[in-house]
Design a protein around this ligand. Structure first.
Ligand code: SF4
Ligand code: SF4
Length: 59
């Protein structure tokens, strides 16, 4: 399963954290951060973000 990560475009609006179904997103240092152990890869954060900061973490 593909997890999501938030890049430096984040403006800390908090929309993704409110929308995440599993509560995986919290404010971090300068941007919001996704708990990789909780993320289920649903993509809701990416769909909600106004600046496209959350993206699939391709590895
Ligand atoms: Fe939450 Fe889904 Fe975004 Fe993962 S992909 S952080 S589960 S909203
Ligand atoms: Fe940052 Fe986008 Fe989440 Fe807002 S919705 S806190 S800009 S990642």
């Amino acid at each position: 399963m593909t997890k999501y990560k938030i890049n430096d475009n984040c403006i800390m609006c908090g929309a993704c954290a409110a929308a995440c179904p599993v509560g995986a997103i919290a404010p971090g240092d300068g941007k919001y951060v996704i708990d990789q152990d909780k993320c289920i890869g649903c993509g809701t954060c990416a769909a909600t973000c106004p600046v496209g900061a959350p993206n699939p973490d391709e590895k």
